[in-house]
Design a protein around this ligand. Structure first.
Ligand code: GSH
Length: 214
């Protein structure tokens, strides 16, 4: 059976590839694995049926023979391990997996924290005071990431699941906004975007979003 990936029926960001199923579908496209989509509304997400797949009532989920998986990073790791999207050498493999964790636990939180401050707390009296601090924290992470990347094409040797997770995180608006100040990171993201699998996954969700929103 082809895996089933749950996604937004109508993406709230209008198909800009920001929903977290993007990483999953990009990984599937990289390894040439066909899949089906389970299209869900916001109301569908909170049903007991979906919460049995994803306890927090979110997308994405991934269903394949005998396994229902949640958390985009865990799903990408599963695809990577079963289809060879990680280095074969054990040490290089461990380091590529470390970059997947770095994407979601070191880079994503500072990006999301800044987004939340602007989008959801913009009208709060403390936001103006907090924003410079949040931006400084984000810039520190981006500085360090750019230093690591230097003139490498990818985070750890060849392209891997670590790059999928990191590029998807850098795509988030608060990261994308600062890319102009980080030419090394901008070039890294651009390099990833030229990959046919990225373009396939991006076009798929854009087409779906256009159809849903009209
Ligand atoms: N850490 C989770 C986050 C999942 C997540 O935040 N999904 C969002 C869409 S990108 C969602 O379903 N939001 C709807 C909601 O939380 O009600 C993952 O990476 O899978």
């Amino acid at each position: 059976m082809n895996p089933i990936v749950s996604v937004f029926a109508a993406s709230p960001n209008r198909g800009r590839g920001l929903a977290r199923d993007m990483a999953v579908r990009w990984a599937l496209a990289e390894v040439g694995q066909d899949h089906q989509l389970r299209l869900l509304s916001f109301a569908d997400l909170k049903t007991p049926e979906h919460k049995a797949r994803q306890s927090f009532g979110q997308i994405p989920t991934f269903e394949t023979d005998g396994l229902t998986l949640f958390e985009s990073g865990a799903i990408v790791l599963h695809i990577a391990e079963t289809h060879g999207l990680l280095p074969v050498d054990p040490a290089a493999r461990a380091r590529a997996i470390a970059w997947m964790f770095a994407a979601v636990s070191t880079i994503e939180p500072v990006i999301v924290e800044r987004e939340v401050a602007v989008l959801l707390e913009g009208d709060k009296p403390w936001t103006a005071e907090r924003l410079p601090m949040l931006e400084a924290r984000l810039r520190q992470r981006l500085d360090d990431l750019a230093t690591w990347l230097g003139d490498k094409d990818w985070l750890e040797g060849d392209f891997s699941a670590g790059d999928i997770m990191m590029v998807c995180v850098l795509h988030r608006p608060a990261g994308a906004l600062l890319m102009g100040d980080y030419p090394v990171l901008a070039a890294y993201v651009a390099r990833a975007e030229t990959r046919p699998a990225f373009q396939t996954a991006f076009a798929e969700q854009k087409t779906r979003s256009d159809a849903a929103h009209g």
